[in-house]
Design a protein around this ligand. Structure first.
Ligand code: ADP
Ligand code: MG
Length: 478
């Protein structure tokens, strides 16, 4: 009986789904469309070149096994890539690529040598007014956009997110009291803190929730001291059901403010109210904090937010685009997610800049525009390293003429230099495997993958070789 390509692919998907994380499945397999099954060759359409390379690099073994299972040993896979899906060109054209014969490599170089930890300042006005003792309606200061729905789940935030969710469903009654969320900047602490507050409001509209930054808290306290109404201040805080203090690290060395917070904390905790705190460090590393207060922080749960992996970064951007009703070519989303790795706020910033650029200058959003933007956006702390530059350093190092790399020769030392150039190009530039191959002796992407794997193997097994690699790395990135 003739097999139908959709049915075959659906079966493959079932197997794949059981073998990888839901986030990866969503990112890399849901967008694939099966297009043809001819003579045991299944053609699947993927949204971009990068997408195809990623599949080849990470999922090739799994894909192979799956295809074999469905189509027998003769079964093969072929990709059809949408080459240009920018706005002006609604009809994509495709190129076909057969799958390589390589096994997946352990991915050697996923991080980009870009420093993104720029100082970020945010000056929000203080909308808070200290109320009198009368029963008042508290302005929770919660931002509706920072909901759980808008907070993408990933391995990076699973514990903090689920603890936050548990707290929101049972404020003050779980073991997570206080709940302390910590991470570097731009990884979602403030978002998650708001999400918990909003969810409490949803579940228990009668509860009083208050979000304040520790700066607001400090300023209010200073005002209260100045106006001689500290008691009002304390009473106000003591009637809150869920108190969220963001960026507690700014209380460092502010002894009086810490003391008053300590009293409020104790009162609330004794009355089973929920305390939520965010910080840039775990309690053990906090400095300038009162020891009694620190010991309180350890009563509950301290959960961290990690840097999201590529799949999660893509999902975050896609969620944002979807929410704003904006379309962006898949390859641009990938490029951004791939280039900006350590800070979600920076990632969103880049997205917004590109949208702005495109609408102001009436340009369509293309990979090219994204690349130009990113170069400007990412602070010029790290010099762009080019493939040519890498080749030059590698050739100089081994005393070879530069042309050697592009020549056809299979001489051992030249092959090795070529492989090293490919390895460093993959590790240190944003070039695709295909581009690297093209510039290193007109090879295909599979050869580049093979080179990276060979170098990685040699690094592990050959001490002298590792010395070469380390020295080269230093020379190139200096
Ligand atoms: P922090 O308080 O840790 O500095 P923020 O909470 O301000 O970080 O997050 C920075 C930006 O990144 C916000 O716009 C936030 O919505 C977004 N963000 C961070 N993590 C996620 C996530 N998991 N899902 C969706 N958006 C996120
Ligand atoms: Mg924050």
């Amino acid at each position: 009986m003739k097999k139908n390509c959709k049915a075959v692919w659906d079966n493959c998907l079932k197997i794949i789904k059981d073998n990888i994380s839901p986030q990866s499945f969503k990112t890399w397999f849901e967008p694939i469309k099966p297009v043809r099954l001819l003579d045991n060759v299944l053609t699947i359409q993927v949204p971009s070149q990068f997408f195809y390379e990623w599949l080849e690099e990470h999922y090739i073994s799994l894909l192979k096994k799956t295809i074999k299972k469905e189509l027998g040993t003769e079964g093969r896979l072929e990709y059809s890539i949408i080459m240009d899906n920018s706005f002006n060109n609604p009809t994509p054209y495709t190129i076909k690529f057969p799958t390589s014969n390589k096994k997946a490599t352990a991915n050697p170089a996923m991080t980009m040598p870009i420093d993104l930890n720029r100082g970020l300042s945010k000056d929000i006005p203080n909308p808070f007014i200290i109320p009198g003792l009368k029963k008042i309606k508290v302005n929770s200061q919660l931002n509706e956009n920072y909901s759980f729905d808008n907070f993408v789940e990933g391995d990076c935030n699973r514990l903090a997110r689920s603890a936050g969710y548990a707290v929101a469903n049972n404020p003050g009654k779980t073991a997570f009291n206080p709940l302390l969320i910590y991470s570097n900047v731009g990884l979602g602490k403030t978002h998650l803190a708001h999400a918990i507050g909003l969810e409490v409001k949803n579940n228990f509209p009668e509860k009083t929730v208050l979000y304040v930054t520790s700066e607001q808290f400090t300023n209010q306290y200073i005002d209260a001291v100045r106006n001689n109404n500290q008691n009002d201040f304390i009473h106000f805080y003591q009637m809150i059901d869920v108190l969220i203090i963001d960026d507690i690290q700014f209380l460092a060395s502010k002894e009086k403010t810490q003391e008053v917070y300590f009293h409020i904390f104790n009162h609330l905790h004794q009355n089973s109210r929920q305390l939520i705190i965010t910080s840039d460090k775990p309690p053990v590393e906090m400095e300038g904090m009162n020891a009694r207060l620190l010991s309180r922080f350890k009563w509950g749960l301290a959960a961290d937010l990690q840097v999201p992996d590529l799949e999660t970064r893509i999902a975050i951007l896609e969620k944002k685009l979807y929410k704003d009703g904006v379309e962006m070519p898949r390859e641009v989303v990938e490029y951004l997610s791939y280039s900006i790795t350590t800070n979600v706020r920076e990632l969103e910033g880049a997205l917004i800049s590109i949208l702005a650029q495109s609408s102001l200058n009436k340009k369509s959003i293309t990979l090219d525009l994204a690349k130009k933007m990113i170069d400007k956006f990412v602070k010029n702390t790290s010099r762009e390293i080019s493939i040519d530059y890498i080749q030059k350093i590698v050739c100089d190092y081994f005393g070879l003429p530069l042309e050697a790399i592009n020549s056809k020769t299979r001489k051992r030392e030249i092959v090795q230099a070529r492989q090293l150039a490919m390895y460093f190009a993959k590790k240190l530039t944003k070039a695709s495997l295909a581009t690297i191959g093209l510039h290193c002796g007109n090879k295909d992407h599979a050869t580049v993958l093979h080179a990276c794997r060979t170098v990685n193997n040699l690094i592990e097994t050959d001490k002298q070789f590792r010395v070469y690699v380390d020295e080269l790395d230093k020379k190139i990135t200096l």
